[in-house]
Design a protein around this ligand. Structure first.
Ligand code: PHE
Ligand code: FE
Length: 293
Protein backbone atom coordinates (compact mmCIF):
# COMPACT_ATOMS: atom_id res chain seq x y z
CA UNK A 1 0.00 0.00 0.00
CA UNK A 2 1.05 3.57 -0.39
CA UNK A 3 2.99 5.01 2.47
CA UNK A 4 2.74 8.69 1.73
CA UNK A 5 5.96 9.71 3.41
CA UNK A 6 8.03 7.75 0.88
CA UNK A 7 6.26 9.09 -2.13
CA UNK A 8 7.87 11.72 -4.32
CA UNK A 9 5.83 14.61 -5.63
CA UNK A 10 7.00 14.55 -9.21
CA UNK A 11 7.96 11.65 -11.43
CA UNK A 12 11.72 11.06 -11.00
CA UNK A 13 14.05 11.72 -13.91
CA UNK A 14 13.59 9.25 -16.73
CA UNK A 15 9.97 8.49 -15.82
CA UNK A 16 7.00 9.54 -17.97
CA UNK A 17 4.35 11.99 -16.81
CA UNK A 18 2.24 9.01 -15.70
CA UNK A 19 5.23 7.79 -13.64
CA UNK A 20 5.90 4.72 -15.77
CA UNK A 21 9.41 3.69 -16.69
CA UNK A 22 10.72 1.04 -19.06
CA UNK A 23 11.01 -2.28 -17.23
CA UNK A 24 14.46 -2.69 -18.80
CA UNK A 25 14.12 -6.46 -18.81
CA UNK A 26 17.52 -6.95 -20.46
CA UNK A 27 19.21 -5.38 -17.44
CA UNK A 28 18.29 -8.14 -14.96
CA UNK A 29 21.26 -10.30 -13.98
CA UNK A 30 21.26 -14.08 -14.07
CA UNK A 31 21.30 -13.99 -10.29
CA UNK A 32 18.13 -11.85 -10.24
CA UNK A 33 16.31 -14.19 -12.61
CA UNK A 34 17.40 -17.09 -10.42
CA UNK A 35 15.92 -15.35 -7.36
CA UNK A 36 12.58 -15.23 -9.13
CA UNK A 37 12.87 -18.92 -10.01
CA UNK A 38 13.51 -19.88 -6.37
CA UNK A 39 10.54 -17.86 -5.17
CA UNK A 40 8.33 -19.19 -7.98
CA UNK A 41 9.25 -22.84 -7.34
CA UNK A 42 8.52 -22.61 -3.63
CA UNK A 43 5.09 -21.10 -4.17
CA UNK A 44 4.21 -23.29 -7.15
CA UNK A 45 4.70 -26.29 -4.88
CA UNK A 46 2.82 -24.86 -1.96
CA UNK A 47 -0.21 -23.21 -3.55
CA UNK A 48 -2.21 -25.98 -5.26
CA UNK A 49 -5.08 -26.76 -2.88
CA UNK A 50 -4.39 -23.50 -1.00
CA UNK A 51 -4.81 -20.74 -3.55
CA UNK A 52 -8.11 -19.98 -5.24
CA UNK A 53 -8.69 -21.82 -8.51
CA UNK A 54 -8.88 -18.39 -10.17
CA UNK A 55 -5.33 -17.60 -9.05
CA UNK A 56 -3.96 -20.99 -10.11
CA UNK A 57 -5.66 -20.68 -13.50
CA UNK A 58 -4.09 -17.23 -13.92
CA UNK A 59 -0.57 -18.57 -13.24
CA UNK A 60 -1.22 -21.19 -15.86
CA UNK A 61 -2.78 -19.15 -18.61
CA UNK A 62 -0.17 -16.37 -18.23
CA UNK A 63 2.60 -18.97 -18.42
CA UNK A 64 4.31 -17.65 -15.31
CA UNK A 65 6.19 -20.92 -14.93
CA UNK A 66 8.47 -19.80 -17.74
CA UNK A 67 11.87 -19.36 -16.02
CA UNK A 68 13.06 -15.89 -15.07
CA UNK A 69 11.45 -12.57 -14.21
CA UNK A 70 8.58 -12.06 -16.64
CA UNK A 71 8.96 -9.52 -19.42
CA UNK A 72 6.09 -7.06 -18.83
CA UNK A 73 5.52 -6.58 -22.56
CA UNK A 74 5.03 -10.26 -23.17
CA UNK A 75 2.90 -10.58 -20.05
CA UNK A 76 0.74 -7.60 -21.01
CA UNK A 77 0.14 -9.07 -24.42
CA UNK A 78 -1.33 -12.25 -22.93
CA UNK A 79 -3.27 -10.36 -20.29
CA UNK A 80 -4.65 -7.86 -22.78
CA UNK A 81 -6.17 -10.67 -24.84
CA UNK A 82 -7.78 -12.22 -21.77
CA UNK A 83 -9.16 -9.26 -19.83
CA UNK A 84 -7.80 -6.03 -21.32
CA UNK A 85 -5.30 -5.48 -18.48
CA UNK A 86 -1.65 -4.47 -18.83
CA UNK A 87 1.33 -4.44 -16.50
CA UNK A 88 3.50 -1.30 -16.45
CA UNK A 89 6.69 -0.60 -14.52
CA UNK A 90 7.08 2.22 -11.99
CA UNK A 91 10.13 3.22 -9.95
CA UNK A 92 8.54 2.43 -6.58
CA UNK A 93 5.57 3.85 -4.73
CA UNK A 94 3.59 6.39 -6.71
CA UNK A 95 1.08 9.02 -5.52
CA UNK A 96 -2.41 7.71 -4.79
CA UNK A 97 -4.09 9.56 -7.65
CA UNK A 98 -1.55 8.13 -10.12
CA UNK A 99 -2.06 4.61 -8.79
CA UNK A 100 -5.85 4.86 -9.00
CA UNK A 101 -5.78 6.38 -12.45
CA UNK A 102 -3.73 3.46 -13.75
CA UNK A 103 -6.12 0.94 -12.19
CA UNK A 104 -9.16 2.74 -13.56
CA UNK A 105 -7.59 2.33 -17.00
CA UNK A 106 -6.73 -1.33 -16.46
CA UNK A 107 -3.03 -0.80 -16.00
CA UNK A 108 -1.44 -2.52 -13.04
CA UNK A 109 1.68 -0.75 -11.82
CA UNK A 110 4.53 -3.01 -10.74
CA UNK A 111 7.92 -2.35 -9.23
CA UNK A 112 10.69 -3.67 -11.47
CA UNK A 113 13.32 -4.49 -8.82
CA UNK A 114 13.63 -7.88 -7.18
CA UNK A 115 14.47 -8.60 -3.54
CA UNK A 116 17.95 -9.60 -2.42
CA UNK A 117 18.83 -13.19 -1.61
CA UNK A 118 18.76 -12.54 2.11
CA UNK A 119 15.17 -11.24 1.80
CA UNK A 120 13.56 -14.34 0.30
CA UNK A 121 11.12 -14.66 3.18
CA UNK A 122 10.45 -11.13 4.18
CA UNK A 123 10.45 -7.62 2.82
CA UNK A 124 8.24 -4.63 3.43
CA UNK A 125 8.24 -2.89 0.06
CA UNK A 126 6.60 -4.69 -2.80
CA UNK A 127 9.09 -6.02 -5.36
CA UNK A 128 8.46 -7.56 -8.77
CA UNK A 129 7.76 -10.97 -7.24
CA UNK A 130 5.02 -9.65 -5.01
CA UNK A 131 3.60 -7.35 -7.68
CA UNK A 132 3.67 -9.79 -10.57
CA UNK A 133 3.34 -13.23 -9.02
CA UNK A 134 1.04 -11.95 -6.26
CA UNK A 135 -1.27 -9.65 -8.20
CA UNK A 136 -1.19 -10.37 -11.91
CA UNK A 137 -2.69 -13.91 -12.02
CA UNK A 138 -5.93 -12.57 -10.52
CA UNK A 139 -6.11 -9.94 -13.28
CA UNK A 140 -6.59 -12.77 -15.76
CA UNK A 141 -9.94 -13.39 -14.07
CA UNK A 142 -12.65 -11.24 -15.69
CA UNK A 143 -14.62 -10.65 -12.49
CA UNK A 144 -11.60 -9.76 -10.41
CA UNK A 145 -10.29 -7.58 -13.24
CA UNK A 146 -13.55 -5.63 -13.13
CA UNK A 147 -13.24 -5.28 -9.36
CA UNK A 148 -9.75 -3.79 -9.66
CA UNK A 149 -10.87 -1.31 -12.29
CA UNK A 150 -13.87 -0.30 -10.18
CA UNK A 151 -11.56 0.09 -7.20
CA UNK A 152 -9.40 2.51 -9.18
CA UNK A 153 -12.40 4.65 -10.01
CA UNK A 154 -13.56 4.40 -6.39
CA UNK A 155 -10.12 5.55 -5.28
CA UNK A 156 -10.26 8.69 -7.39
CA UNK A 157 -13.64 9.38 -5.85
CA UNK A 158 -12.44 8.69 -2.30
CA UNK A 159 -9.72 11.29 -2.79
CA UNK A 160 -12.45 13.88 -3.33
CA UNK A 161 -14.14 12.83 -0.11
CA UNK A 162 -10.83 12.70 1.75
CA UNK A 163 -11.70 9.14 2.78
CA UNK A 164 -8.79 7.18 1.47
CA UNK A 165 -7.99 5.49 4.79
CA UNK A 166 -11.32 3.71 4.82
CA UNK A 167 -11.12 2.65 1.20
CA UNK A 168 -7.51 1.50 1.61
CA UNK A 169 -8.68 -1.02 4.20
CA UNK A 170 -10.95 -2.59 1.62
CA UNK A 171 -7.95 -3.05 -0.67
CA UNK A 172 -5.87 -4.43 2.15
CA UNK A 173 -8.38 -7.01 3.33
CA UNK A 174 -9.41 -8.13 -0.17
CA UNK A 175 -6.76 -7.56 -2.86
CA UNK A 176 -3.80 -7.98 -0.51
CA UNK A 177 -4.97 -10.37 2.22
CA UNK A 178 -8.30 -11.82 1.14
CA UNK A 179 -9.57 -15.37 1.62
CA UNK A 180 -12.43 -16.95 -0.33
CA UNK A 181 -14.69 -19.87 0.33
CA UNK A 182 -14.47 -22.39 -2.51
CA UNK A 183 -16.23 -25.76 -2.53
CA UNK A 184 -16.67 -25.61 1.22
CA UNK A 185 -13.01 -24.87 1.88
CA UNK A 186 -11.01 -21.74 2.54
CA UNK A 187 -8.60 -20.64 -0.18
CA UNK A 188 -6.21 -17.71 -0.55
CA UNK A 189 -6.53 -15.04 -3.21
CA UNK A 190 -4.82 -12.04 -1.56
CA UNK A 191 -1.54 -11.13 -3.24
CA UNK A 192 0.30 -10.53 0.04
CA UNK A 193 -0.49 -14.09 1.09
CA UNK A 194 0.11 -15.95 -2.17
CA UNK A 195 3.51 -14.27 -2.56
CA UNK A 196 4.57 -15.16 1.01
CA UNK A 197 5.95 -18.61 1.75
CA UNK A 198 5.13 -18.35 5.45
CA UNK A 199 1.78 -16.61 5.31
CA UNK A 200 0.33 -18.88 2.63
CA UNK A 201 0.37 -21.62 5.28
CA UNK A 202 -0.36 -19.42 8.29
CA UNK A 203 -3.42 -17.75 6.77
CA UNK A 204 -5.23 -21.06 6.30
CA UNK A 205 -3.82 -23.40 8.93
CA UNK A 206 -2.64 -21.46 11.96
CA UNK A 207 -4.97 -21.33 14.98
CA UNK A 208 -3.89 -17.76 15.78
CA UNK A 209 -5.83 -15.42 13.44
CA UNK A 210 -9.56 -14.76 13.32
CA UNK A 211 -11.28 -15.65 10.08
CA UNK A 212 -14.45 -13.64 9.63
CA UNK A 213 -17.10 -13.54 6.91
CA UNK A 214 -16.56 -10.46 4.73
CA UNK A 215 -18.71 -7.46 5.51
CA UNK A 216 -17.81 -4.32 3.58
CA UNK A 217 -18.56 -1.75 6.26
CA UNK A 218 -16.92 -3.80 8.99
CA UNK A 219 -13.78 -4.15 6.86
CA UNK A 220 -13.64 -0.41 6.21
CA UNK A 221 -13.63 0.18 9.97
CA UNK A 222 -10.76 -2.20 10.67
CA UNK A 223 -7.13 -1.14 11.11
CA UNK A 224 -4.40 -3.30 9.68
CA UNK A 225 -0.80 -4.05 10.39
CA UNK A 226 1.80 -3.94 7.68
CA UNK A 227 4.73 -5.44 9.57
CA UNK A 228 3.76 -9.02 10.33
CA UNK A 229 1.27 -11.80 9.53
CA UNK A 230 -2.32 -10.61 9.79
CA UNK A 231 -4.40 -11.14 12.91
CA UNK A 232 -7.64 -11.30 10.96
CA UNK A 233 -8.64 -12.45 7.49
CA UNK A 234 -11.98 -11.69 5.89
CA UNK A 235 -13.59 -14.37 3.78
CA UNK A 236 -15.63 -13.57 0.67
CA UNK A 237 -18.23 -16.05 -0.65
CA UNK A 238 -17.30 -15.40 -4.31
CA UNK A 239 -15.63 -12.80 -6.52
CA UNK A 240 -19.02 -12.05 -8.09
CA UNK A 241 -20.42 -11.15 -4.69
CA UNK A 242 -17.41 -8.96 -3.83
CA UNK A 243 -17.81 -7.10 -7.12
CA UNK A 244 -21.54 -6.78 -6.73
CA UNK A 245 -21.60 -5.38 -3.22
CA UNK A 246 -18.78 -2.89 -3.80
CA UNK A 247 -20.07 -1.64 -7.14
CA UNK A 248 -23.70 -1.42 -6.09
CA UNK A 249 -22.96 0.52 -2.92
CA UNK A 250 -22.54 4.27 -3.17
CA UNK A 251 -19.61 4.92 -0.85
CA UNK A 252 -20.27 8.65 -0.48
CA UNK A 253 -22.81 8.37 2.37
CA UNK A 254 -20.76 5.57 3.87
CA UNK A 255 -17.69 7.81 4.09
CA UNK A 256 -19.75 10.34 6.03
CA UNK A 257 -20.96 7.68 8.41
CA UNK A 258 -17.52 6.16 8.91
CA UNK A 259 -16.00 9.50 9.80
CA UNK A 260 -17.74 9.32 13.16
CA UNK A 261 -17.49 5.56 13.69
CA UNK A 262 -14.83 4.07 15.94
CA UNK A 263 -12.21 1.77 14.43
CA UNK A 264 -11.69 -1.89 15.20
CA UNK A 265 -8.24 -3.21 15.96
CA UNK A 266 -6.97 -6.15 13.89
CA UNK A 267 -7.69 -8.66 16.67
CA UNK A 268 -11.12 -7.32 17.70
CA UNK A 269 -14.32 -9.25 17.28
CA UNK A 270 -17.30 -7.03 16.54
CA UNK A 271 -20.99 -7.43 17.15
CA UNK A 272 -22.54 -9.15 14.15
CA UNK A 273 -19.32 -10.83 13.03
CA UNK A 274 -19.76 -14.24 11.50
CA UNK A 275 -16.71 -16.04 12.81
CA UNK A 276 -15.47 -18.92 10.72
CA UNK A 277 -12.55 -19.41 13.08
CA UNK A 278 -12.09 -17.70 16.39
CA UNK A 279 -8.34 -17.19 16.60
CA UNK A 280 -6.22 -17.75 19.69
CA UNK A 281 -3.99 -14.77 18.77
CA UNK A 282 -1.15 -16.88 20.17
CA UNK A 283 1.20 -15.97 17.32
CA UNK A 284 0.70 -12.21 17.78
CA UNK A 285 1.10 -12.52 21.56
CA UNK A 286 4.35 -14.42 21.23
CA UNK A 287 5.71 -11.90 18.77
CA UNK A 288 4.75 -9.01 21.00
CA UNK A 289 6.44 -10.68 24.01
CA UNK A 290 9.60 -11.33 21.99
CA UNK A 291 9.99 -7.73 20.84
CA UNK A 292 8.55 -5.23 23.30
CA UNK A 293 7.94 -2.00 21.37
N1 PHE B 1 -18.89 1.87 -5.15
C1 PHE B 1 -17.71 2.61 -4.80
C2 PHE B 1 -18.01 4.12 -4.68
O1 PHE B 1 -19.15 4.52 -4.71
C3 PHE B 1 -16.58 2.38 -5.79
C4 PHE B 1 -15.89 1.07 -5.60
C5 PHE B 1 -16.18 -0.02 -6.39
C6 PHE B 1 -14.91 0.95 -4.62
C7 PHE B 1 -15.52 -1.23 -6.20
C8 PHE B 1 -14.25 -0.25 -4.43
C9 PHE B 1 -14.55 -1.34 -5.23
O2 PHE B 1 -17.11 4.90 -4.52
FE1 FE C 1 0.42 -5.58 -3.27
Amino acid sequence: MNEESHVLEKPPEGASADWTIPQDWAAYSAQEHATWDILFERQAKQLPGRASEAFLAGVDVLKLSKPGIPDFEELSERLMKLTGWQVVAVPGLVPDAVFFDHLANRRFVAGNFIRKREQLDYLQEPDVFHDVFGHVPMLANPVFGDYMEAYGRGGLRALEYDSLDHLARLYWYTVEFGLIEEAGDLRIYGSGIVSSHGESVFALDDPSPNRIAFDMKRVMRTNYRIDDFQQVYFVIPSFEELLRVTVETDFAPLYGELENASDFGPADIAEGDILLTRGTQAYACERAAASPA
